[in-house]
Design a binder for this molecule. Structure first.
Ligand SMILES: Nc1ncnc2c1ncn2[C@@H]1O[C@H](COP(=O)(O)OP(=O)(O)OP(=O)(O)O)[C@@H](O)[C@H]1O
Ligand SMILES: [Mg+2]
Length: 445
C-alpha cells in the first residue's frame, strides 16, 4: 500500500461520517465513525511518521469516538433502553446500570452485549494445536523448564501444588526480536493438553470500538475462568500495557486498569489461570503490570549450540550435502544472529538449487531416483551443470521434461552465499537495554 493511503482513506471515511451525521442518518454515521477510527489506528501503527503526527491523529480519533459514543447512546435510547448519562457503561442493562463500571457483579449471562464480546473472544481461543513440540524449540532450556513448571506440572500433579506451594500466575517472556518467544508460546499451546489456550494479540483487545476494550479484557478473563485450567497468551504486551502517563488516552488507561484488576484477581478466583506475555521492549511496561508477571524470563539470542540445532531443524529433510563439520562452522559464523535470522538464511539457501535450475544454460544426465516415483531408478535424469562439464547439453529448464528434473542438493556454498547476504537484525542498543532490564528485573532463560 502506498504510504499515507490508509490515512487518506480514514479521512475520507470520517468526512462521510460527519456528512451522514449532519443528515441525521445516525446509524450509518456511527458505523462510518467506527470504521474510520479503525483506519486511523492502522495509520498510526504503520504509516504515521513522528510522535507529533501520531498524537494529532489520536486526538482526532478521540473526538470521533466521543461523537460515536453519543450516537450509540442516542440510538439505544431510541430503542427504549435505559441509558446512563454520558458514561461509557451506557450499554448495560438497567439492573447493573446504576453501578460502577468496574464491578464484577453483572452476572446476567444473557446480556446480549456480553455474548457478543465473548463470541468475539472465542475466536482468540486456539483450539487446534499448533504442532510445535518442545523439541522443535532449540536451546532456551531454562525457559522451557519454567514453563513446564508453571503449565504442565500443576495440571498433571495437582497435589504437588497445595498449601503454600502455588504455581506461577504470570510469566513474561522478553528478549530481542526473533528469538522464539511467540514460538515458545506455540509449544506451550501444543504441549499443555487439557488446558484451554487463549492467544490474544493486543490488537484483538484494543478493539475497533475503544470503549469496549476494557470490557473485552474483563470478558477474556471471565471466559478463561469458565474454561480453566487455561492459559492466556498475550503477544506484544508492551503495546497494551506501557507505562501509564498523563498524555495517554482515557481508553488506554482504562484497559490497563482493568488488566491490573483482573490479574490481581480481587474478588475473583484466578486459580488455574496463567497469563503468559511476550515482548521485546520490556522496559516500557508499566511497573504495576511488570509486578504481576511474577516470573520474567529472558529469551536471549541463541548460543552456538542452539544455532547448530536450529540449522538442522530448519534444513529438515531437504536433500543437502552438508557435513556435521559444515554445520558446526555455520553455527560458529552466526554469532549475533537470532533464530528468525537463521531460519531466513536457511530458507534462502534452500531456494538456491531452484535458482540454479532457473538460470542454468546446460544440463547433464545422471542416474538416480525418479522424482515422481521413489521406487524406480532412472538413468536419464537431468541436473544443471556448467558448460564445461563432461556430457553437458545446452538447454534451459523449459526443455527439461517435468519428470526428469533432478534437484541439486543444497551445498555449503549455497549456505555461505545466503549467509553473506543476510545480516543479523538485532542491534547493539536494544541488546544493552535488554541486558539492563534483565539485570534489574529478569531471570536468564
Ligand atoms: N529457539 C528457536 N528454535 C527454533 N526456531 C526458532 C527459535 N527461535 C526462533 N525460531 C524461528 O524464528 C521464527 C520467529 O520466532 P518468533 O516469532 O517466536 O520470534 P519472537 O521472539 O516472537 O519475535 P518478536 O519479539 O519479534 O515477536 C520462528 O517461527 C522459528 O522458525
Ligand atoms: Mg513474537
Amino acid at each position: 500500500m502506498a504510504a499515507g493511503s490508509t490515512l487518506q482513506k480514514a479521512i475520507d471515511i470520517v468526512t462521510k461520517a460527519t456528512e451522514e451525521d449532519r443528515n441525521k442518518n445516525y446509524e450509518e454515521a456511527l458505523r462510518l465513525y467506527e470504521h474510520g477510527v479503525e483506519y486511523f489506528l492502522h495509520a498510526i501503527k504503520y504509516e504515521a511518521q513522528g510522535d507529533k503526527a501520531k498524537d494529532s491523529i489520536r486526538a482526532k480519533c478521540l473526538q470521533y469516538l466521543d461523537r460515536a459514543e453519543k450516537l450509540k447512546a442516542y440510538l439505544k435510547k431510541g430503542k427504549k433502553k435505559p441509558v446512563k448519562d454520558g458514561g461509557s457503561s451506557s450499554s448495560k442493562d438497567s439492573k447493573s446500570g446504576g453501578k460502577n463500571n468496574g464491578d464484577s457483579s453483572d452476572s446476567d449471562s444473557d446480556d446480549p452485549e456480553k455474548k457478543k464480546l465473548q463470541s468475539k473472544l472465542e475466536g482468540a481461543i486456539v483450539v487446534e494445536k499448533p504442532h510445535v513440540k518442545w523439541s522443535d524449540v532449540a536451546g532456551l532450556e531454562g525457559a522451557k523448564e519454567a514453563l513446564k513448571e508453571a503449565v504442565i506440572l500443576p495440571i498433571k500433579f495437582p497435589h504437588l501444588f497445595t498449601g503454600k506451594r502455588i504455581p506461577w500466575k504470570g510469566i513474561l517472556l522478553f528478549g530481542p526480536p526473533g528469538t522464539g518467544k511467540s514460538y515458545l508460546a506455540k509449544a506451550v499451546a501444543t504441549e499443555a493438553n487439557n488446558s484451554t489456550f487463549f492467544s490474544v494479540s493486543s490488537s484483538d483487545l484494543v478493539s475497533k470500538w475503544l470503549g469496549e476494550s476494557e470490557k473485552l479484557v474483563k470478558n477474556l478473563f471471565e471466559l478463561a475462568r469458565t474454561h480453566k485450567p487455561s492459559i492466556i497468551f498475550i503477544d506484544e504486551v508492551d503495546s497494551l500495557c506501557s507505562s501509564r502517563s498523563d498524555n495517554e488516552s482515557e481508553s488506554a488507561r482504562r484497559i490497563k486498569t482493568e488488566f491490573l484488576v483482573q490479574m490481581q484477581g480481587v474478588g475473583s478466583d484466578n486459580d488455574g489461570i496463567l497469563v503468559l506475555g511476550a515482548t521485546n521492549t520490556p522496559w516500557i511496561l508499566d511497573s504495576a503490570i511488570r509486578r504481576r508477571f511474577e516470573k520474567r524470563i529472558y529469551i536471549p539470542l541463541p548460543e552456538e549450540h542452539a544455532r547448530l540445532v536450529m540449522f538442522k531443524l530448519h534444513l529438515g529433510n531437504t536433500s543437502h550435502c552438508l557435513t556435521e563439520e559444515n554445520i558446526r562452522t555455520l553455527a560458529k559464523k552466526t554469532e549475533g544472529y537470532s533464530g528468525a535470522d537463521i531460519s531466513i538464511v536457511v530458507r534462502d539457501a534452500l531456494m538456491q538449487p531452484v535458482r540454479k535450475v532457473q538460470s542454468s544454460t546446460h544440463f547433464k544426465k545422471i542416474t538416480g531416483q525418479s522424482p515422481v516415483d521413489k521406487e524406480t531408478i532412472c538413468d536419464d535424469l537431468l541436473v544443471p551443470c556448467s558448460p564445461g562439464d563432461a556430457g553437458a547439453i545446452e538447454m534451459t529448464w523449459m526443455e527439461v521434461p517435468s519428470d526428469k528434473l533432478s534437484v541439486p542438493p543444497v551445498t555449503m556454498g549455497d549456505m555461505l552465499k545466503s549467509l553473506s547476504s543476510t545480516k543479523p537484525t538485532v542491534n547493539e542498543e536494544d541488546m544493552k537495554k535488554l541486558d539492563k532490564f534483565t539485570e534489574d528485573f529478569g531471570q536468564e532463560g
